[in-house]
Structures are given as structure tokens and as C-alpha cells.
Design a protein around this ligand. Structure first.
Ligand SMILES: Cc1cc2nc3c(=O)[nH]c(=O)nc-3n(C[C@H](O)[C@H](O)[C@H](O)COP(=O)(O)OP(=O)(O)OC[C@H]3O[C@@H](n4cnc5c(N)ncnc54)[C@H](O)[C@@H]3O)c2cc1C
Length: 466
């Protein structure tokens, strides 16, 4: 073993002596992984295949004590830190170049308390894993639409999902969180304990500490009525017009998404996906107009489990080295002029894996007071995403440019807001819009209190002012 070159918080080189590195390894119950160790390449991989960063050290945490040990070590030695939950963020902020990556992915325990309808979940879990545990008891909390997304990053940024109309965002389902703050203490944040921190964790991203576990509210869920109706791309404009009207008349129990994409058979298609969370007969009535419109080429809407619903989009977003670039905004309206642009550009996808998505935020998620949580974008509106996916890294520049041009053409019609979890890495200028102007000063005050030296900076960063 030799001394280790590592990157400091300021981005400069540092040397850690072997004995110092060993002292961290001894603090951990989990493994400390270095370049060249078995499992190093696997541990630094995330969902976006474009991210190829090499941390100086990876602390594969086995529990809160490991997180405390890693945070204190980083603090003592002034190290650049990144925090990995499910590894799904498009920016790859979970993986740092040359610093200490605090990897929560081994931490996957869940304890469901059916009597009190709560679940305590560690932050290495994905939604697929969490849902399996809670559905065994007939419960769920609002989570992401894809099963491989991590509960941690998603909840901390807000959390849009199929249960949002009925039960609010993921962060609205949060009852408490255990957090290791920048000074290496483990605090509980809830309505009663450290309520300012609790407010900030519900939408403020990973800015305030490393969350080791969440306590969620559970709701009885299932079976659900869900599936997709598929139309030819030639009808995309009519489909999206209908989709807007359909969303506007949706009861809280229903959430609907739409996508312009390429089918498994290689056909360009316009798809609407709906999920009704409640009485199945009432659901049949609520989806009747959706099934009738067109009529569609295919209709897969049927009674299914919430776990199965959570995998509906998985095949469209596979793991395995796929290169990705993603740009997003919120839209308050899907007007004709905007649809003309979306439809024309979607006829020229550069890759059959690329797509354009609309996801409706409404109902309970839109009724929460905009000051009640750090997630302040509580309007009835659509999260809209231009998602490019391709295999060959040599083609990256073309796909990135195509995505940016698409998004730029639509931007004049957007609300000026954007979902923080869908921001790209170079969008520092849109961070205030993502955290919402009216909440931003309060978030800065919180950052000054809990992380004045900006130890947790590899995120959509709220810069401290002290
Ligand atoms: C295919 C796909 C589908 C998606 N679907 C949805 C969706 O349905 N709804 C939705 O709301 N969003 C969705 N997203 C966006 C998603 O919310 C973000 O990508 C989110 O950051 C993922 O969280 P993660 O833990 O998997 O990511 P990571 O990349 O591991 O983490 C992202 C960031 O979160 C912070 N973080 C992670 N864990 C912790 C922790 N324990 N403590 C403190 N900070 C932490 C860190 O700053 C980290 O850089 C989707 C993304 C993808 C790629």
C-alpha cells in the first residue's frame, strides 16, 4: 500500500498517508474501496453511462456509524465529498472525481409498521425494493415511476409519482429523517425535532447532510388500474391535446403521463399512460374516455399491482452503459404552438431510445402550501423532459446539441420553473428557479446553519453566504 492522492474541497491535490487511509477503513463496518480494488469499477458506476469519474476513496457504508465516520474523516482532512443513493441522477453528482464518495447503496433495510402505517427505510434502497416491502402489507408511499430510481435523491428533491394526485409528493409522505450533518452529528429531523432542517430536506436536495434513513407515511394501495394506450406518431398533436384535457379533468386518484417515443417494433408512437389509485370500478369510469379516444393501436390498461405499475417504464430506461442527456422544464399549458414544435422535433429523434415525456403534477401534490416544504413549485402543471439516450460515446456531441436545441425551442412556452431533480449539471443559473424564488433565501439561511463550509456541494448547490 502507498500514500493516496486525493482531491480536497477546494479542488486541489492532497496526499493522504497510508496510515490515515487505514484509520478510515478501521472506522467502517462496510468496505473502503480504492482504485485498483475489486469492486471499485462497479461501485463508481451510475445510471448515466456518460459519467466515468474515479473517486479517490469509496466508503461503502453499512449503517449510520459508517456515514458519521466518513463525514468526520472528510471534514478533518478537507476532502471533496459526493453522496450516492440510487445513482440515478442525470448529472452523476453521486460520483466525485478524486474525492471521497459516500456510498449509501449497501444500506437497504426497511421496517414496515402496519399498525401505525409507517415505514422506516434506509437510503440505499430503490423504489422497486421499497415497494416490495410495503406492498407485502398492502401499503405504499408516493415514489418514482421507475423501479430502479433511489428513494434518497428522489425524496430529497420532491418526488413526483403515480400516487401524487392522491397522496402528494414523496417529500409530503415524509414523517422524519435521520441525517448526518456536516459536523458529523446524527440528527433527527421531523415536525417536532429540528423542524427547520425537516423543512429543508423536503425539496432542498442533498444540501444539508447525508440522510441515513427516512420514515414515510404509508397508504393502503392496490390493486390499481393502470396501463398505456398507444397511438401512431402521426396523431401526436391530437393525442397531446386530448391528454391535456384529460389531465385537467382527472380526479386525485388518477395521474397521467404522455410520451413521444419509438415502440419496441421500431414505430414512432404517441403514448398516454394512466394510473388510477383507488376503487377499480370508479377507475374504469375515469379512464373510459382515454381508452375510447382514437381508437388507440393498443390498450394495455388493466388491473395490476402497484409493484408492476412501478416497472412499466423500466425497459425504456435501462442500466448498462447507455449515454444520456436530459433537459427539462415545467409547463403550465400544452398549447398548440408549443405542440407544433414538440411534434415536429420528435419526428427526428436521433436514437430509438430517446423520448419526450410529460408528467402531470396535480391534486394533493399541488394543494400543499408553497411555503410548507422546500419544494415550492406547487402549481397544477406538467414536468416535461427531453431525454436523449444512445450507445456510442463518439455520438455524444450530436445528441447533446439536438436535446439543447429541442429544449431551447420549447422554452419560451415554459413556466420558468424546473424540477430540481431533472436539472442538468451545467444549469447553475436555473437553480433558484428550481428551488423557487420565494423559498431560496430560507434555504440559504439553512445552508449557513447546517453546512456553512459547503461540505455537501456536489448537488444542485445552495451556496452558503457566511
Ligand atoms: C429513469 C429515471 C426515472 C426517474 N423518474 C422520476 C420520477 O418518477 N419522479 C421523480 O421525482 N424523479 C424521477 N427521476 C429523477 C430522480 O428523482 C433523480 O434522478 C434523483 O436524484 C435520483 O435519486 P438517486 O438516489 O437514485 O440518485 P443519486 O444519483 O444517488 O443521488 C442524487 C443526489 O442526491 C443526493 N443524495 C442521494 N442520496 C442522498 C442521501 N442519502 N443523503 C443526502 N443526499 C443524498 C446527492 O446530492 C446526490 O448527488 C428519475 C430519474 C431517472 C434517471
Amino acid at each position: 500500500m502507498t500514500d493516496l492522492r486525493i482531491i480536497s474541497t477546494e479542488g486541489t491535490d492532497k496526499i493522504l498517508e497510508e496510515a490515515t487511509v487505514q484509520s478510515l477503513a478501521e472506522r467502517l463496518r462496510g468496505r473502503l474501496v480504492r482504485p485498483g480494488d475489486g469492486g471499485y469499477d462497479e461501485a463508481r458506476k451510475v445510471w448515466n453511462g456518460m459519467i466515468d469519474r474515479r473517486p479517490g476513496l469509496i466508503a461503502r457504508c453499512a449503517g449510520p456509524a459508517d456515514v458519521i465516520g466518513a463525514v468526520r474523516f472528510a471534514r478533518e482532512h478537507g476532502l471533496l465529498v459526493s453522496v450516492r443513493g440510487g445513482g440515478h441522477n442525470i448529472t452523476g453528482n453521486a460520483v466525485c472525481e478524486g474525492g471521497l464518495m459516500i456510498d449509501l447503496s449497501p444500506m437497504k433495510s426497511v421496517r414496515v409498521d402496519p399498525a401505525n402505517r409507517t415505514a422506516r427505510a434506509e437510503t440505499g434502497l430503490t423504489w422497486g425494493e421499497y415497494n416490495r416491502e410495503t406492498q407485502a402489507f398492502g401499503f405504499a408511499s408516493t415514489g418514482g415511476v421507475v423501479s430502479t430510481t433511489g428513494i434518497a435523491g428522489l425524496t430529497l428533491g420532491g418526488g413526483l409519482g403515480w400516487l401524487g394526485g392522491k397522496h402528494g409528493l414523496s417529500c409530503d409522505n415524509l414523517l422524519s429523517a435521520d441525517v448526518v450533518t456536516a459536523d458529523g452529528r446524527l440528527l433527527t429531523a421531523s415536525a417536532d425535532q429540528n423542524p427547520d432542517l425537516f423543512w429543508g430536506l423536503r425539496g432542498g436536495g442533498g444540501n444539508f447532510g447525508v440522510v441515513t434513513s427516512f420514515e414515510y407515511q404509508l397508504h393502503p394501495v392496490g390493486p390499481v388500474l393502470a396501463g398505456m394506450v398507444v397511438h401512431p406518431m402521426s396523431r401526436a398533436k391530437e393525442v397531446l391535446r386530448f391528454y391535456q384535457d384529460f389531465c385537467r379533468s382527472c380526479p386525485d386518484e388518477m395521474v397521467a403521463a404522455a410520451a413521444l417515443m419509438t415502440s419496441h417494433d421500431g414505430d414512432p408512437v404517441a403514448v398516454m399512460v394512466a394510473a388510477y389509485i383507488g376503487d377499480l370500478a370508479a377507475g374504469e369510469k375515469a379512464v373510459a374516455s382515454l381508452r375510447k379516444f382514437g381508437p388507440p393501436l393498443a390498450d394495455t390498461i388493466a388491473s395490476t399491482s402497484y409493484v408492476a405499475l412501478n416497472t412499466l417504464f423500466d425497459a425504456a430506461f435501462p442500466y448498462g452503459g447507455v449515454q444520456r442527456y436530459w433537459k427539462s422544464s415545467f409547463l403550465k399549458e400544452l398549447g398548440d404552438d408549443m405542440l407544433d414544435i414538440v411534434v415536429a422535433r420528435s419526428a427526428k429523434f436521433l436514437s430509438p431510445m430517446s423520448n419526450v415525456l410529460f408528467f402531470h403534477l396535480h391534486g394533493a401534490a399541488a394543494r400543499v402550501d408553497r411555503d410548507a416544504t422546500a419544494f415550492g413549485l406547487r402549481d397544477d402543471q406538467w414536468d416535461y423532459d427531453v431525454i436523449s439516450q444512445w450507445h456510442d460515446p463518439a455520438e455524444s456531441a450530436g445528441h447533446i446539441q439536438w436535446t439543447r436545441e429541442f429544449w431551447t425551442a420549447v422554452e419560451p412556452f415554459a413556466s420558468g420553473q424546473v424540477y430540481v431533480n431533472h436539472l442538468d449539471a451545467e444549469e447553475g443559473t436555473r437553480i433558484k428557479a428550481a428551488y423557487s424564488q420565494h423559498n431560496y433565501d430560507r434555504l440559504v439561511a439553512l445552508k449557513n446553519k447546517y453546512d456553512p463550509t459547503n461540505l455537501f456541494r456536489l448537488n444542485q448547490n445552495i451556496k452558503p453566504t457566511v
